[in-house]
Design a protein around this ligand. Structure first.
Ligand code: CTP
Ligand code: MG
Length: 234
C-alpha cells in the first residue's frame, strides 16, 4: 500500500501573507484542498498524512472529518504536528505512517497542480527502484556564485530542477532519516537524505506545471493553470 506525507507546516514567509500559505485560496478553495484532491483521485494511495503547525492540527482534523473526498475514496487521513524545518515535519509524518505501507510518497502541500500521471509514475518507479523523484530539465543557465563572483557554470544539459512527489520504499526512507538525524544533517529535499545514505535515486519526468506556490506571483500562475484545466467545478 502507498502512504502520502504532505508537509504543510511551513510559515509561508516568502508569500508574505501573514498566514500559512497552504490555507490561501485558489478558485475559492484552499491550496491544501487542491493538493488533497489530487491524491484522493489515485486508487493506489490508501493513507494521507497531513503535517501541519501544532495549532492547526485540531481545526484541520475537524475540517477533514465528515463526508468528503476521503470517505468516498476509502482512504485514511491523519493530521500530525510538524517541526521547525521541513525535514523534521516529514520525519514526524513518516513516524505516523502505517507499517503496512511499502511505498511512501512525500509531496509539498504547496504544489496543488500535481497530476495523476506524475503521482502514478513516481509510485511505479519507487516500487521498482526504491527511490524516485519528479523533476524537470532545467530551463535556465545556472551559475555557482561565491561572494558575488561566478566560480562555475555547470553544463545545463546535466541539470534537473527537482519537484515533488518523491517516492521511497518505507524502510529506506526511515533508515535515511535516522542517519540524517544522528549525523545532524539537514537536507533541502527528501532524496538528498537517501542519496547520502547510499541509495540510487531515479528521476521521473514531471510537468513544468507542477509549481510550488512560494511567492505572490505564483498564486496568479497557479490559478491560471487550475482554471485552464477546468477540472475544478466546486
Ligand atoms: N513545510 C513544513 N514544515 C516546515 C517548513 C515547510 O511542513 N517546517 C512545508 C510547507 O508547508 C510547504 C513545503 O514544506 O508545503 C515546502 O516548503 P516551502 O515552500 O519552503 O514553504 P514554507 O516554508 O511555508 O515557505 P517559506 O520558506 O517561504 O517560509
Ligand atoms: Mg520554507
Amino acid at each position: 500500500m502507498v502512504s502520502v506525507i504532505l508537509p504543510a507546516a511551513g510559515r509561508g514567509k516568502r508569500m508574505q501573507a501573514g498566514v500559512n500559505k497552504v490555507f490561501l485560496r485558489l478558485m475559492g478553495k484552499p491550496i491544501l484542498f487542491h493538493t488533497l484532491r489530487a491524491f484522493a483521485a489515485v486508487p493506489e494511495v490508501q493513507e494521507i498524512i497531513v503535517v501541519t503547525g501544532a495549532e492547526e492540527v485540531e481545526p484541520l482534523r475537524r475540517a477533514l472529518q465528515g463526508p468528503g473526498l476521503f470517505r468516498e475514496a476509502a482512504k485514511s487521513v491523519k493530521v500530525v504536528a510538524g517541526g521547525s524545518e521541513r525535514q523534521y515535519s516529514v520525519w514526524n509524518g513518516l513516524k505516523a505512517s502505517s507499517e503496512a505501507s511499502d511505498v511512501i510518497l512525500v509531496h509539498d502541500a504547496a504544489r496543488p497542480l500535481v497530476s495523476r500521471a506524475t503521482i502514478e509514475a513516481v509510485i511505479e518507479a519507487a516500487r521498482e527502484n526504491g527511490a524516485a523523484i519528479a523533476a524537470v530539465p532545467e530551463k535556465n543557465t545556472v551559475k555557482v556564485v561565491e561572494d558575488g563572483v561566478v566560480t562555475a557554470t555547470p553544463d545545463r544539459s546535466t541539470l534537473w530542477a527537482v519537484q515533488t512527489p518523491q517516492g521511497f520504499s518505507r524502510s529506506l526512507l526511515m533508515a535515511a532519516n535516522e542517519k540524517a538525524e544522528s549525523d545532524g544533517f539537514l537536507g533541502t529535499d527528501d532524496a538528498s537524505l537517501v542519496e547520502r545514505y547510499g541509495a540510487r535515486v531515479h528521476v521521473v519526468m514531471d510537468s513544468y506545471q507542477n509549481i510550488k506556490v512560494t511567492t505572490p506571483e505564483d498564486l496568479v500562475v497557479a490559478e491560471a493553470f487550475l482554471r485552464q484545466s477546468g477540472s475544478f467545478t466546486g
